[in-house]
Write a protein that binds this ligand. Structure first.
Ligand SMILES: [Mn+2]
Length: 377
């Protein structure tokens, strides 16, 4: 009963220590029976979404460009926790963390495509671009550097915002990497975000698309918008957009023709004469009934069933080199609906890219999936 305690004697330095301890701790009740097939530690990737380190989809954490350059994953998720460009309700700065921590993660096998996503696609979480509090220029500079650095390595950045102003630096960084003016941009949103200036702010979340066209990063004729509705912007802004040869598909057209027909046209126009495509999804393109957690909700929007398939189609059929998912503002969310919709947009991108990688290797979808380019069996 005397002498120093030897911690290794009970807990064990090698395998089996935990079970020995359980037996020792309960001498009168006997060993605790196993409750699962294996008592071995579960690999980090397989833990439930609410457990362990909150990286995106529990993917490896790889926050430096040096590590990314050495490892060369296919995709790097980058957080852009910035929201002082908002015009109404702030809160999107909490979007990246919410998407990492709160999404329901049921598994990683995409049923429609029959693909185990991470068997075919190497995805890492590259952490956040540093967004110093209250400083638009420094934040945007860091976003542009991080996203551009990733794209320059040939890695697909998937940026999680953040308000929509972050698309200005993010798409600029990508255009720098793949060719200035050679990048098409497909933009899902309730709002055009093409205002010249909002309350004196050139870097508002209502202005990024104008900045991208003015700078030449994206040509107007390859800038295509889907889902616009509501009461903003005014006609002089649409006049400017028309002069840039931009194409927009109002929500009214989506309602009338159906999403697949509109998306087919949008894709054709966005990639016409371009080397690469950037996909930007403002979560407020969804109806606020599906996505209440956002800063500027506009009733009458798309359904998740349509949007997820649109994103899948774009990632399957275009030279996609980058994507962002923005305007998730967790303080206004209910039941994590907005977070889960945004999270699944990223999964659709991953699954479609995984399918392409698998198809290139000559392999076919598993049950219950089918080839998305073939007639449904
Ligand atoms: Mn927007």
């Amino acid at each position: 009963m005397t002498g120093p305690i030897d911690p290794l004697a009970r807990h064990g330095a090698g395998t089996g220590g935990a079970r020995v301890r359980e037996q020792d701790d309960h001498p009168h009740t006997g060993p605790i029976p196993p409750m699962s097939a294996s008592q071995a530690p579960v690999p980090a990737d397989d833990t439930p979404g609410y457990e362990g380190l909150a990286t995106f989809c529990h993917r490896p954490w790889m926050p430096t460009l040096d590590d990314l350059a050495a490892h060369r994953p296919d995709v790097a998720v980058i957080g852009a926790p910035f929201d002082i460009g908002t015009t109404h309700r702030p809160g999107a700065r909490f979007g990246p963390r919410a998407l990492r921590a709160l999404a329901y993660e049921p598994g990683t096998y995409h049923l429609d495509l029959g693909v185990e996503i991470f068997d075919w696609l190497d995805v890492v979480d590259a952490g956040d671009a540093r967004c110093p509090i209250g400083q638009t220029e420094a934040s945007h500079r860091n976003i542009r550097a991080k996203v551009g650095g990733v794209a320059g390595l040939g890695i697909i950045p998937v940026i999680i915002g953040g308000d929509h102003s972050i698309t200005w630096p993010a798409a600029s960084g990508v255009a720098e990497a793949v060719g200035w003016g050679e990048l098409g941009l497909l933009h899902f949103d309730a709002h055009a975000d093409t205002a010249d200036i909002v309350d004196g702010n050139l870097a508002s979340h209502g202005t990024p698309m104008r900045r991208l066209i003015e700078s030449g990063a994206v040509r107007g004729r390859n800038f295509v918008q889907v889902g616009l509705r509501g009461y903003w912007p005014p006609p002089d802004v649409f006049d400017w957009m028309r002069k840039q040869d931009m194409r927009w598909h109002l929500m009214d057209e989506v309602w009338e023709r159906g999403s697949p027909a509109v998306v087919t046209d949008a894709i054709a126009r966005a990639v016409d004469g371009c080397r690469a495509l950037y996909l930007s999804v403002d979560i407020d393109v969804l109806d606020p009934g599906f996505a209440p957690g956002t800063g500027t909700p506009e009733p009458g929007g798309m359904t998740p069933a349509d949007l997820l398939r649109a994103v899948r189609r774009i990632a399957l059929d275009t030279p996609l080199v980058a994507a962002d998912i923005v305007e998730v503002a967790p303080p206004y969310d209910h039941a994590d609906s907005t977070v889960n919709n945004a999270h699944r947009i990223a999964l659709e991108v991953f699954a479609a890219l995984a399918h392409r990688r698998r198809a290139a290797a000559g392999e076919t979808p598993g049950l219950p999936g089918h080839d998305p380019h073939a007639q449904r069996p």
